[in-house]
Design a protein around this ligand. Structure first.
Ligand SMILES: [Fe+2]
Ligand SMILES: [Fe+2]
Length: 340
């Protein structure tokens, strides 16, 4: 049962109870609801007066992809967080994928690190963002205590990081499923493995084990839609070292191709890039930073790019997977659909 079906069932149950008990109570509830609405209008829409709201079919599964967030709320982090909450009021958002670098610059020291408050809890405090956040590590998490990122799942009910790599199946539409495979990319890149002083945990992770897991999990998947999420890109325009993408192309890309993954999603570059390399079945999306972005140029296979900060909204149903790239002002910069 997805979140909407659950809420509908719950609403129906309460409606029945109200009719069965007393109509007076239902009247009071109605008034309460109206006053809640007035409160919401007064308190939850201080900024982002207008923003694009896509026309999404009712049964769609909707979620955000965010990455490269943590700047202690500075730059555009707070307005983007507020926009994410305000947009979630208009659509039925199920969950959020946090694709790493939740904490720039040196990760976290522990589950008690105050950065959990300044980079995350107090910034994404909108009531509509109290959803499951499925998280992975970025390179900046690997500069600190990466175990604390998993252990924070025991502190916060909304932070979901059961392991460094894992998968999750979601209902997508009436009959179909979406499976997301979350991978741990810093250890897959030699540059980080070799720099044991700066990235102490990267070299300790077993590459072969992770890749074997991904191969096995994809081969066992019955989902119609398959997305793989990692922090680092496989293809991107960037001034960062080519070896990052080369290692990802050698280690991860063959597995995506083998199982016909629909999209590979990542962050790390701090701008938006939708890339479809010639002959590739897999579509590649670089999600921008949720706080501070960098410029970008076209590269081979670029379908769209933008140097703006923001986030991505995904909307999936039985036959269609659509993504919308949002800037910090709430404008949809680009949208794209895959059909099956
Ligand atoms: Fe980053
Ligand atoms: Fe990064």
């Amino acid at each position: 049962m997805n979140r909407r079906t659950y809420l509908q069932a719950l609403t129906a149950l309460f409606a029945t109870t109200a009719l069965g008990s007393c109509s007076q109570g239902s009247m009071e509830r109605k008034e309460e609801k109206l006053s809640d609405k007035a409160d919401k209008a007064a308190t939850l829409l201080p900024g982002n007066a207008s923003f694009d709201v896509p026309n999404i079919p009712e049964d769609n599964l909707n979620f955000y992809l965010v990455s490269d967030l943590g700047r202690n709320g500075y730059y555009e982090q707070k307005p983007i967080a507020e926009l994410m909450g305000n947009l979630a009021e208009k659509i039925d958002l199920e969950f959020i994928v946090a694709a790493g670098d939740t904490h720039h610059f040196n990760g976290v020291a522990s589950t008690q690190d105050p950065l959990w408050m300044t980079n995350y809890e107090l910034v994404y405090s909108h009531p509509e963002l109290m959803l499951d956040w499925f998280a992975i590590n970025g390179n900046h998490e690997y500069r600190g205590n990466t175990q604390a990122v998993q252990d924070y799942s025991k502190v916060s009910r909304r932070w979901i990081a059961p392991a460094r790599y894992y998968s999750k199946v979601f209902e997508a539409g009436e009959n179909e499923a979406l499976e997301i495979f979350f991978i741990d990319t810093p250890p897959l890149i030699d540059k980080y493995r070799k720099n044991t002083e700066k990235y102490p945990d990267a070299g300790k992770q077993n590459i072969e084990e992770q890749l074997k897991w991904l191969d096995k999990a994809l081969s066992a998947s019955k989902a119609k839609w398959k997305l793989v999420v990692g922090h680092h890109p496989i293809f991107a325009d960037t001034s960062k070292s080519d070896t990052e993408r080369k290692d990802m192309q050698e280690r991860v890309k063959p597995i995506l191709d083998k199982y016909g993954v629909d999209m590979y999603l990542c962050g790390h570059i701090h701008n938006f890039q939708h890339i479809k390399p010639a002959g590739s079945q897999v579509e590649y999306l670089v999600n921008s930073s949720g706080s501070l972005a960098r410029k970008v140029n076209q590269t081979e296979g670029t379908q769209f790019c933008s140097p703006e900060a923001g986030f991505t909204l995904f909307s999936v149903n039985d036959n269609e997977l659509t993504f919308f790239l949002y800037n910090s002002k709430g404008k949809i910069l680009y949208q794209y659909s895959l059909k099956k």
